[in-house]
Design a protein around this ligand. Sequence first.
Ligand code: FES
Ligand code: FES
Length: 167
Amino acid sequence: MEPRDGEVIRQAQFTLRVNGQEHPVDIDTRTTLLDALRDRLGLTGTKKGCDAGTCGACTVHVDGKRILSCLTLAAQCHDREVTTIEGIGNGASPHPLQDAFLRHDGFQCGYCTPGQIMSALALMAEGRTGSAEEIREYMSGNICRCGAYQNIVSAIQEVAGGHGPAV
Ligand code: FES
Ligand code: FES
């Protein structure tokens, strides 16, 4: 990130705790959590879509709550627990929600999917999965340009407690 005219750049040294692992970092204080995850820690599962807080592709959890990592400074996460898509499961041992997205065709290009899954996990913790309408409302911050919404809702419903197929 280039400094603007007259801008004083400050570095911050701290530890980022991500998916249970500690990562000492020394970064420009203006660095977003999204850029720190992707560019510093190599955790590229979290996607950059709009980089402006409107698409949800960058959703991760901080202390168990979903946040937009493009709108969060990495330095704000000092001493907090960050969880990314890499922390919930993998190809050999997928999280039930990852498995459900696969079986329900909850994606096409897959670019939005990590953010969708991290939001869906939070939605279940928030108790906002009572109906397809409620899921749609509370997932509305996660945009899918491929239009896989119907199948995303079906996958969430299955894992959240068998409310039947979304209509
Ligand atoms: Fe963060 Fe779009 S990249 S909301
Ligand atoms: Fe392509 Fe959602 S699967 S943007």
